[in-house]
Design a binder for this molecule. Structure first.
Ligand code: GTP
Length: 393
């Protein structure tokens, strides 16, 4: 029979073992957890900062200090691989079918009628005008169709379609050079980046276009720097940075809102020169407060940028859904910004594809790219044949 003292001895001994056991388990847990936390912290610092969070300082201690609560910002998402740009415009047909664009279908149905009366020709003209082709090109197209229908006596649907295709293609003008100025200029023996600036009224899709264009260039294995010179809208730089970080493209931006856009554009181009990248894309605010103000702002950006490298391309972004209303804006930008190419966005949501023709005529510069949706790879090089096929469905 053990005495109380003996039990006491036995009990003390077992507590010692329990204590040792606890210490061993705690040690093992610490060994497992601490390296993982270090690893996560390192990943966070290596990764581009989350768009809305302030950029972490070089000595930011751990992810706990930079990651928003409840969000696993520690794991850097893998870089996306943008799809090649060639052939994207083929999607237009599906997009227009989904948005119920009737342009091609209406033209084809009228032209296929047995005998074409004056009312039928009026209907065709009205359809062309509704599609924002503009009066000049609409009349041209109408005359060409009348002549060919009369002379050839075309009635068979496939032949009518082919005839319409040819005449639409003629007004869209397949002879224009729609390539982007991506050749890097050499200044005083130094190869500079190709610099492109994107201008246009707010809401047309400039920032989105810059982001999508960066992806197109990355898909072509070009190195890119983005310049967030839209310092007017506070979220624009964050938006641009997010686009860039998804494909490993850095964004030069100002630390404070409302900074001088020309200074940001200059820094971006300087960074592009220093890093020896292929292309610098500069986003702008393009407030159309008045023509003089716009001219001042864009003129200053152009002047300071060209101190570092020539400005190779000025892309005017136009929202296709605004149709003829966008034409006046286009004209103003055309006059002040030396536009070299047009990007027509939101073509997926409109039957007003005729704006392609109207704006080219008005500005005398070609449509080079079109936006086909809100997806990251919904920006397509403009190919007249694919465009006309898309309209005809
Ligand atoms: N459906 C569709 N939406 C588009 C297209 N391009 C842009 N958008 C949308 O248009 C909206 C405005 O785009 P932004 O890029 O912010 O426009 P912004 O011109 O930079 O505007 P500001 O910064 O205010 O000057 C966004 O919701 C885009 O997703 C397109 O091709 N199709």
């Amino acid at each position: 029979m053990p005495r109380l003292g003996d039990w006491g001895t036995v009990t003390d001994f077992s507590w010692l073992w329990i204590l040792l056991g606890v210490l061993v388990v705690a040690g093992a847990t610490t060994a497992l957890v601490v390296p993982r936390r270090r690893g996560r912290g390192a990943t966070t610092l290596d990764a581009p900062p989350p768009a809305a969070a302030p950029a972490p300082a070089d000595d930011a201690p751990t992810d706990v200090d930079v990651a928003p609560v409840g969000q696993d910002a520690a794991v850097a998402p893998p870089l996306e691989v943008p799809e090649p740009a060639a052939g994207r415009l083929v999607r237009l047909r599906d997009r227009l079918a989904r948005s119920g664009s009737p342009l091609g279908a209406r033209l084809l149905s009228v032209l296929s009628r047995d005998t074409l009366t004056e009312d039928d020709w009026d209907e065709i003209e009205e359809t062309l005008l509704l599609a924002d082709l503009g009066t000049g090109p609409a009349e041209e197209l109408l005359e060409a169709l009348r002549t060919r229908v009369r002379v050839l006596g075309v009635r068979e649907p496939a032949a009518v379609r082919e005839l319409l295709r040819e005449e639409l293609l003629r007004v869209v003008d397949p002879t224009l050079d729609r390539s982007l100025a991506l050749d890097r200029p050499v200044v005083d023996g130094v190869t500079k980046p190709a610099v492109m600036m994107v201008v246009g009224v707010n809401g047309t899709g400039k920032t989105t276009t810059v982001g999508k264009l960066a992806r197109v260039l990355v898909a072509e294995h070009r190195s890119v720097v983005l310049g967030a010179a839209d310092t007017f809208r506070a979220a624009a730089a964050d938006q641009l940075e997010t686009w860039g970080s998804r494909v490993g493209v850095p964004t030069v931006r100002s630390a404070k809102d409302g900074a001088d856009p020309a200074a940001v554009a200059f820094d971006a181009v300087r960074r592009g020169v220093t890093d020896d990248v292929d292309v610098v894309l500069v986003d702008t605010a393009g407030r159309l407060q008045n023509k003089a103000g716009l001219m001042d702002e864009l003129g200053k950006i152009t002047r300071v940028v060209t101190r570092e490298a020539p400005l190779g391309e000025v892309l005017l972004v136009l929202d296709a859904t605004t149709g003829q209303n966008g034409m006046q804006q286009a004209k103003v930008f055309g006059e002040v910004a030396g536009v070299t190419g047009i990007v027509l966005t939101k073509l997926d949501g409109t039957a007003k594809g005729g704006i392609v023709v109207a704006v080219q005529r008005r500005l005398g510069v070609p449509v080079k790219l079109v936006g086909l949706g809100e997806g990251p790879d919904d920006l397509a090089p403009f190919v007249p044949e694919q465009f006309v096929d898309g309209i005809l469905g």
